[in-house]
Design a binder for this molecule. Structure first.
Ligand code: NI
Length: 169
């Protein structure tokens, strides 16, 4: 399993619904959790590992409460949202770049778990940010797409520069 980095066209694909939850998907989930741990990530969506299907992994521990959310969501859909909030985001596919993004403050997400059980999760904590970010990935949307045009241009310049530096090394 390999992490896909910005520039890879797979990150821009709209992913397809999962029709079958089987051993293969459960093994993929395990690999995703492992990769996320290696990279110190808190969320990882299928296209980030080159799979154009609608599923994502979250492993996030809230620093204040110590509460750990380790979740695997299949075919997630945001069914309710409330308010707006701004929080700093990063992405394993855009290493080294962080920016504040505005999103809904509270969301409800309906999804299937790895047993095929239909669940609805409601959250207004940082988990809401993570889930919105990861669900965006399933539609080929990256967090830089949600920045102002000016900030997005700034990102592109920074990104080009970092690629040139990497080429010289
Ligand atoms: Ni991301």
């Amino acid at each position: 399993m390999e992490l896909k980095i910005y520039g890879d066209p797979v990150l821009r694909k709209r992913c397809d619904k999962v029709n079958k939850i089987d051993e293969k998907l459960r093994a993929t989930a395990e690999e995703m959790f492992k990769l996320m741990k290696e990279k110190s990530g808190i969320g990882l969506a299928a296209p980030q590992v080159g799979i154009t299907k609608r599923f994502l992994a979250v492993d996030y521990t809230d620093k204040d409460s110590g509460k750990r959310d380790k979740l695997f969501l299949i075919n997630p859909v945001i069914v309710d949202r409330e308010g707006t909030e701004e929080a700093e985001e990063g992405c394993l596919s855009l290493p080294g770049f962080y920016e504040k993004v505005q999103r809904s403050a509270k969301i409800s997400v309906r999804y299937l778990d790895l047993d095929g059980k239909s669940l609805t999760l409601t959250t207004d904590s940082f988990l809401a940010v993570i889930l919105q970010h990861e669900i965006d990935h399933l539609d080929g949307i990256l967090f830089i797409d949600r920045l102002s045009r000016l900030k997005r241009e700034l990102f592109k310049k920074k990104w080009q520069k970092s690629i040139r530096v990497a080429d010289k090394q």
